[in-house]
Ligand binder design. Sequence first.
Ligand code: C2E
Ligand code: MG
Ligand code: MG
Length: 624
Amino acid sequence: MTSISEELAEQIRAIREDVVMKTLAVTLVAGAVLLLGNMVRNVYLGNSLSIVHPVLYLTLYAVFLLRRRIGAERIAWLIVILLYLAATVGLFVYGLAGNSAAVYMAFCFVSTTFFGVRGGGAAAALSVGSYALVGILHIAGLINLSLDLPTFLQNPYSWIAAVLTIGSMSWLVLSQVGSLNNRHLKLLAEQHHLARHDPLTGLMNRVALESILEHAIAEAAREDLSVAVFLLDLDRFKNINDSLGHSAGDDLLIQVAGRLRGCVRESDIVARLSGDEFVVVLPHLASPDVTAVAGKLAAALSAPYMIADRELRMTPSIGIGICPRDAGDVETLIKYADTAMYAAKANGGARFCYFSPEMNQEATDRLLIELRLREGMEQGLLTMHYQPKIDMTGRLTGLEALIRWEGEGGISMPPAQFIAIAEESGLIDEIGDWVIATVCRQLRTWLDDGIRPPRVAINLSTRQLRQHNLAMGVARRLIEAAVAPDLLEFEITETAAMENADTAERRLGELSAMGVTLSIDDFGTGYSSLLHLRSLPLDALKIDHTFVRDIASDANDLAIARGTIALAHSLGLRVVAEGVETLEQWQLLRQYGCDEVQGFLIARPAPAEALADILVAGKVAVPA
Ligand code: C2E
Ligand code: MG
Ligand code: MG
């Protein structure tokens, strides 16, 4: 902000300098013509040569020569003073009303050019004042003036002088003032716009938003009204950039900006903070209930978009902060709206949330957890547990690697929870790599101990799927531990596979090409399209435990489980049921052709050492 306004000031100074120099040059030319004319007239009339004109002219010329040293601002003042002196001396000494009038006019014009309308006004007042003073002195008999208009009018020199002075000065002033103003204004407008607007969408940027919001808050406080700040973030926007390219992403942002503007009144504020973060401000609210507006914004952004000949769907997460209820200053208000937006995202996105003070606590808690998690990873507090998977005969078909975190001071948190936090903070990249390395090392240990381990499944999070070097990383860990890729399996949730559609397809293709097995986790909880699933190199599909839980009591869940089994088989996939806890569930699953099961009924997740017996036996007693 500062640098832009300084730059602007510098440019304006340069324009002024330029105008002053041109004015000085033109004044010199006009002055030279007048001087010559005057000298010719004096010689012609046989008068002694007047000294006033040459002195004035030489002074002006000296100023011209010294212009770099003096600086434009001072030159401007000098010209104005010289013109005034010339006109006044002319009036007093010669009494040539016409000449003086011409020079006074020039004086007024030049003053206007340099010092604006006020400068011109002051110059005019001075000129008229001088005339009035001379008039009064003349009437009082204190000075003697040769106020003979007829002589003036008959004198061609007076005409030439007047026309030249007025003409050149008018031209100068009109052109320079015009161009000065135009260039000034254009520059100002451009710079102002650039400094305050986002070039992509044309919406205000953060700088503009903050200053306008500050105004709005002050105004609302005076009138006892509320201000609502909506912070909108597009859910999974990164996928668009990743899969369709940045120009598609830009296109989407432009459309979003247009829809937001269309949703609110002219007097409301719409801004883009960064990336896919937008802000809408409603400045004059009688009531802090803006649910209707939030709904309208959400609906507008959720309607399908046409991007690069494709129909896309996008949903926003919206956080709402209200002034003065939540906060009374710009920074806190935006921060709170952001906190509320995160809460909306944490609840699955595609929704809006009002800020509440408890969220603040949650946000600090999350930060703390993130910090502890990082420490925990460095201090070796993360461990892996393994849960067996068996087929319907009891044969051990695989293990699922599940991360555990024994936090300090007995804080232990379920992985679903801390993985989500790690995912948000980006820590998942390191944790994910640690998991892969640990599992590979564990496989090596088993092999070294003469145990033939089954395939171990590792859960991959959404963010890991986006890593360009995922397959390379996996290969490195496998090589380090000297473990064959067919001992490794990756589980990707249905949502992760769908969210990244194209990227996921590429990553999974790379992994599959390496000889690693892939399966879809938590099937039934997302909205995957079969067509898409079919295009992925999958080996198995895991029915989510929420469906397994109630298959014995809920006919719908049973129907879903049956349908899923049939569907998976038709796609050539194995079916694994997770979360099997009861005999009834086991029997139903077996009856409907489920291939494998995993759950507390068979075995709980346990540290590697506790699994030795099962691994050696290679089977588990089938529930009777
Ligand atoms: P998931 O991949 O669906 O893992 C299965 C979860 O079900 C595990 O929870 C497991 O302990 C639990 N489970 C197994 N049998 C039963 C049962 O009979 N009944 C019930 N109620 N639950 C059972 P856990 O270990 O708490 O993990 C939760 C989720 O956290 C996992 O779901 C997975 O999405 C994620 N996760 C765990 N470890 C990792 C990891 O290393 N990396 C990543 N990215 N995610 C992981
Ligand atoms: Mg899993
Ligand atoms: Mg699962």
